[in-house]
Write a protein that binds this ligand. Structure first.
Ligand SMILES: [Fe+2]
Length: 325
């Protein structure tokens, strides 16, 4: 294999030598490259959905079926592929809007550590996946923005009416949904009158990266902030032809007050300077450290085919270590 740096602070491209297959790669070597670079883009290997599944399960286990996922809203929801619920389309696969940088599922405790993408149909124009190093992002934030995040918790608030929470928590049983939310350290209030759930989750917006011990800005603030704006500003009504005006999920400061727009704007400006585009080629596969690297999507172009598939879970070795303790 041949390797090449993707971005000055993180990421590596692993390219197949002539005729090289995934099975020819050393698992240990890939794991150590991943530890060092935190994102690997595999290119030039023979791939299809079954190879994608076989390759990813050498490194990752406990694959998520997106239970509890925050983007299960109506037409933007993911779909599972074939009969495997852990291979999914991306959020908003049929809509063209840009998706701001985010960590995957940070609105619940213990988000998946690995996220994988597979370029099943690479778009010829637009729709690049964006990635941004959350460690460098935090280091580059303005001092007062850094101190805002160092000194504030954040709170995710979710509003799940009857019919929506069942799809979100993959159950019709209220007690089962409550138990799942408790296991994810979410505070849930069920209203028996209208059969809805109100859920809150307080956490820190920064995560200490296990290996480097550095702080990473990784959370769902930018995505959810912009999603709320899309609902309240009328963008959803104008673009997705839906009259809902309350966002199913919002993000606030730990005490429930709003996060100032100046903070959001400053993070977005800083992030824009250090964001890297994955310009998908057919059959590319990306392995991303969801504990320190944010991802998103550039706007897609109507009529340009694009099918990027996703899997997420925890490192195989994490569970082996846990099992042996
Ligand atoms: Fe995502």
């Amino acid at each position: 294999m041949k390797t090449e740096t993707l971005h000055p602070s993180f990421g590596i491209l692993v390219q197949a030598d002539k005729g090289e297959q995934f099975k020819d790669l050393s698992i240990q070597e890939i794991e150590s490259l991943f530890k060092e670079h935190r994102t690997i883009l595999f290119r030039g290997f023979e791939t299809d959905i079954s190879r994608f599944k076989a390759f990813t399960q050498q490194f990752t286990s406990e694959f998520s079926d997106y239970k509890g996922g925050g983007s299960r809203w109506k037409m933007i929801d993911r779909k599972s592929v074939g009969n495997d619920k852990t291979v999914m389309t991306t959020t908003g696969a049929n809509q063209s809007f840009e998706i701001p940088l985010h960590g995957e599922m940070y609105y619940m405790d213990s988000p998946p550590e690995h996220i994988w993408f597979y370029g099943d149909v690479a778009p010829t124009e637009g729709g690049q996946t964006t990635i941004c190093d959350g460690i460098t992002l935090f280091e580059n934030l303005e001092e007062e923005v850094q101190s805002f995040f160092l000194n504030n918790q954040i709170q995710y608030q979710r509003f799940l009416p009857d019919g929506v929470w069942q799809d979100t928590f993959l159950t019709k049983d209220v007690e089962e949904a409550k138990a799942f939310l408790a296991s994810k350290k979410n505070n849930a209030v069920y209203d028996a009158t209208d059969k809805s759930f109100k859920v809150t989750y307080n956490c820190h917006p920064l995560v200490e990266h296990t290996l480097s011990r550095k702080r990473a800005f990784i959370n769902n603030i930018l995505y959810i902030y912009m999603a709320e704006w899309a609902f309240t500003s009328g963008w959803i009504k104008g673009h997705l032809n839906d009259t809902t005006t309350q966002s199913p999920i919002v993000v606030r400061q730990g005490d429930g007050s709003k996060i100032p727009y100046s903070i959001i704007e400053s993070v977005m400006k800083t992030a824009a300077k250090i964001t890297y585009n994955i310009d998908w080629q057919q059959g590319d596969l990306a392995m991303i450290d969801n504990t320190s690297v944010l991802h998103g999507r550039r706007e897609t172009v109507d009529g340009v085919p694009r099918n990027i598939l996703v899997r997420m879970g925890d490192p195989v070795h994490k569970n082996q270590v846990a099992a042996s303790v």
